[in-house]
Ligand binder design. Structure first.
Ligand code: T1G
Length: 648
């Protein structure tokens, strides 16, 4: 039974036990319904404490039920019964109280949380809004600007902040249930949430400014707009009217395309290891990671490991480079401290676990070493050849290459079975995607160690076979090629970028290339020149820009020109060059609509995605969607290129 009742000293303790996250499934809702009936009918009981077994309070409705017709008892009705119960309910929260879980807690008379608990309404990240009273109860407990932020962004808050703003009534560092039982007798003194007035500290002006900011940042997304409307209703309408409108908004979003797409990505991000779950061997425990190369990537990877509590030894070619690398790493940790992501004590502890130097020998005791040196296969092979003689036989050797042949790199070492590709995305301590590239001969233990490290770092691991660009950069090359064809056919960079940004990409392709540096893809094209199919159409615009020294933002000029604060403006020189290339190739330029631009880009992504699947480079179409959403900002509310084609 997912809901148990136990009576202690006239207090009913209702425990929800539905692993792994105590999702509010139908069985749990039925169990709670029975608990309400029983506790109300028992004259011995004076109050009820609702708590959860396992690692967390209720983490929300059971998202897996959303694709099916809603089943009774419906959560809103259940929570109304709890709020109206004669015996006051007390929520004892640990772990995460999210979505329907926080809504349950807000329907209770009193909320107690452990100091490490987190509370939030993340429904917008699933293309939804709270559907069980969350938008109506929250502004009665916290100021409306905090309510708006929580509902419209989905970002959870800590127990400390929740206590400070009034979302919870008490925090405990002691035993949660014991404290809840002690406080249960106070619960009767607190009025039911819906009977309270909305908190009105926030002025209409600042709320409207906050709303405008949210609308700008979430343009094209239905859920944040609905969240704003639901909150406005909560602030202006009687609770019962606001609740009805909230439920209608929730149901319309739940059956809408954007929520379907976002739920697809939610589960796809958690299923990327589906194909190897049964075959994962015991991983090598990773307590200390060695990193060779302290540039942007090496330092970012070092910071990611330190932030995850893993000790790091970073090695550069000389002391000056080692110091520069160390400074990059400490700057990231200092920023995490400043942003409250680290306490001072943890910050110091992480710095103590970090060493930088110029001796590869210092990596002798590393459990896993990642090379993040210059993207040249001979340089990488040389580093791994030296490490072969320095590290322990079982130590895993990883390359961070973004497109080079990992099998060839592995084959150049004495123990290829322990070599793996770990392709991080810049900035490595922030980007969640990690491509795990699996060369020939990889041992099960090496793969399992790489996967376990990815999870320790809080990354989304996606398995990729060895090919030029693995999944991410190969997909990018495909739609970049199509975009460049359109430049010759009649479109201009800013038109293509606008089409992509209107579709939902945070930044268009040409602006992104200018930002990354046009010389990076130029180097790749020069490397591929010898093996390029001469029959394949080739666009020289990028090469000509680079040939003129225009590498994008870093040189002040690329497809765009940049003012001294980095604002991009269409480059007339690039436009003239594009027109000249069309003329040189005898192409009659024509208008290309934004819908055609997106159709051609999506088709290029889908065709390359199907080739990647046919070649076994990706395990599933879902993995390709996860890569595109997490590497290049494909809009989550569109689900990814493969999802788009499936739902067309
Ligand atoms: N429903 C069903 N399954 C869920 C789930 C949920 N809400 N949350 C997690 N899982 C599964 C997940 O798929 C995975 O399954 C396993 O649990 C562990 O998850 C009515 C309408 C809670 C922070 O959006 O954010 O309430 O892969 O790997 O890293 O108004 O899970 O093992 O088979 O993520 O420790 C609102 C979603 C729902 C929270 C834990 N709630 N979950 O992270 O574990 S809508 C959410 C999370 C709602 C109400 C509305 C995270 C987590 P498997 P995990 P984790």
């Amino acid at each position: 039974m997912p809901v148990q009742i136990e009576i202690r000293d006239r207090i009913a303790v209702v425990t929800i036990d539905n692993p792994p996250v105590n999702a509010m499934s139908r069985a749990v809702r039925q169990g709670l319904s029975d608990a309400i009936t029983q506790t109300e009918a028992n004259p011995e009981i004076t109050a009820v404490v609702v708590t959860c077994a396992g690692r967390t309070f209720v983490a929300g409705a059971d998202i897996r039920e959303f694709g099916k017709p809603p089943q009774e008892p419906h959560l809103p009705d259940l929570l109304d019964r709890i709020e109206g119960a004669r015996k006051p309910w007390i929520a004892a929260i640990h772990g995460n109280a999210l979505g329907g879980g926080l809504e349950l807690a807000m329907a209770c008379r009193f909320r107690l949380a452990s100091a490490t608990a987190r509370l939030g309404l993340p429904e917008v990240t699933l293309g939804l809004i709270p559907g069980a009273g969350g938008t109506v109860r929250l502004p009665r407990l916290v100021p409306s600007d905090k309510a708006l932020e929580m509902i419209a962004t989905g970002r959870p808050i800590s127990a400390n902040i929740a206590h400070r703003v009034g979302l919870i009534d008490a925090i405990t560092s002691g035993d949660l249930l014991t404290t809840a039982l002690e406080l249960a007798h106070q619960a009767d003194t607190v009025s039911p949430t819906l009977s309270r007035p909305v908190r009105s500290e926030t002025s209409a002006g600042s709320l409207n400014a906050q709303i405008a900011n949210i609308q700008t940042r979430t343009e094209g997304q239905a859920a944040p707009e609905a969240a704003i409307l639901a909150l406005r209703n909560a602030l202006t309408l009687p609770p019962t009217d606001a609740l009805k409108k909230e439920r209608d908004l929730f149901l319309s979003l739940k059956d809408g395309p954007q929520s379907g797409a976002m739920r697809h990505i939610f589960f796809a991000e958690r299923a990327t290891l589906q194909s190897i779950r049964e075959t994962l061997a015991d991983p090598l425990p990773v307590q200390r990671v060695g990193i060779v190369g302290g540039g942007t990537m090496g330092a970012g990877i070092a910071a990611a490991c330190l932030l995850a509590g893993i000790a790091v030894s970073l090695v550069e070619r000389d002391t000056e480079a080692a110091r520069a690398g160390a400074n990059r790493v400490t700057a990231i940790l200092d920023n995490s401290l400043k942003r409250g992501k680290l306490t001072k004590a943890t910050h110091n502890e992480r710095l103590e676990a970090f060493h930088a130097g110029d001796q590869l020998l210092s990596l002798a005791d590393a459990d896993l070493v990642i090379e993040a040196v210059f993207e040249d296969i001979s340089v990488k092979k040389d580093v791994l050849a030296q490490l072969d003689h320095i590290v322990r036989p079982e130590t895993v050797l990883a390359t961070n290459t973004s497109y080079l042949d990992v099998s060839a790199i592995a084959a150049s070492t004495q123990h290829p079975e322990r070599v793996i590709g770990l392709h991080f995305f810049a900035p490595a301590h922030i980007m969640k995607l990690l491509e795990i590239v699996t060369p020939k001969g990889l041992s099960a233990r090496t793969l399992s160690t790489g996967v376990t490290l990815a999870k320790q770092l809080g990354k989304i691991p996606v398995l990729a076979g060895v090919c030029d660009g693995f999944i991410a950069n190969r997909m990018m090359s495909a739609y970049r090629r199509e975009a460049e064809y359109m430049l010759e056919d009649g479109a201009l960079p800013w038109q293509i970028d606008h089409a992509m940004e209107s579709f939902g990409f945070p930044m268009g392709l040409f602006r992104m290339q200018d930002l990354a540096g046009l010389d990076i893809s130029w180097a790749m094209r020069k490397r591929q020149a010898a093996t390029r199919d001469p029959a394949q159409r080739y666009v020289e615009v990028g090469d000509l820009l680079c040939g003129a020294g225009h590498f994008g933002r870093k040189t002040g000029r690329g497809y765009y020109v940049y003012d001294d604060v980095g604002t991009p403006f269409p480059s007339l020189e690039a436009e003239a060059l594009i027109h000249a290339e069309s003329a040189r190739k005898g192409i009659d330029r024509r208008e290309i609509s934004e819908s055609e631009i997106m159709d051609r880009l999506l088709t290029a992504m889908q065709s390359e995605g199907r080739r990647i699947l046919d070649e076994g480079i990706a395990s599933s179409a879902n993995d390709i969607d996860v890569v595109m959403v997490n590497a290049f900002g494909f809009p989550r509310w569109k689900g990814g290129p493969m999802y788009c084609s499936a739902s067309d």
